[in-house]
Design a protein around this ligand. Structure first.
Ligand code: FES
Length: 107
């Protein structure tokens, strides 16, 4: 599988998030220490960016800024309605200080 470098690790605050464009998609990166998770940044309910919401680090969930749906940032699953469809996830590698993302998992 091919990976592409999308950010330096220190561009993402620990416990924070960053939006990047990769593989033709808008993707949200979520950092917890040296672990980084990547999910599609469009809420599956209506079109808004999840990285404009809140990252609840303890739960590994992001809360949509529009209607409050929550998605697990590890597997993209919906944790709180009104969204019903999961968002796509992307494989992530952290190599040294660089964050690399592979093609979305549902392709
Ligand atoms: S747009 Fe995200 S919950 Fe409605």
């Amino acid at each position: 599988m091919s990976f592409t470098t999308v950010a330096a690790l220190d561009e993402i605050p620990d416990g924070g998030m960053k939006q990047v464009s990769v593989w033709g998609d808008v993707v949200g990166l979520y950092r917890v220490g040296r672990d980084v998770y990547a999910i599609n940044d469009y809420c599956s309910h209506e079109e808004t960016f999840l990285t404009e919401g809140d990252f609840e680090v303890e739960d590994l969930e992001v809360e949509c800024p529009l209607h409050g749906s929550r998605f697990n940032v590890v597997d993209g699953s919906v944790r709180i309605l009104p969204a019903t469809k999961p968002v796509a996830t992307y494989p992530v590698k952290v190599e040294g200080d660089m964050v690399l993302v592979g093609p979305r998992n549902d392709r």
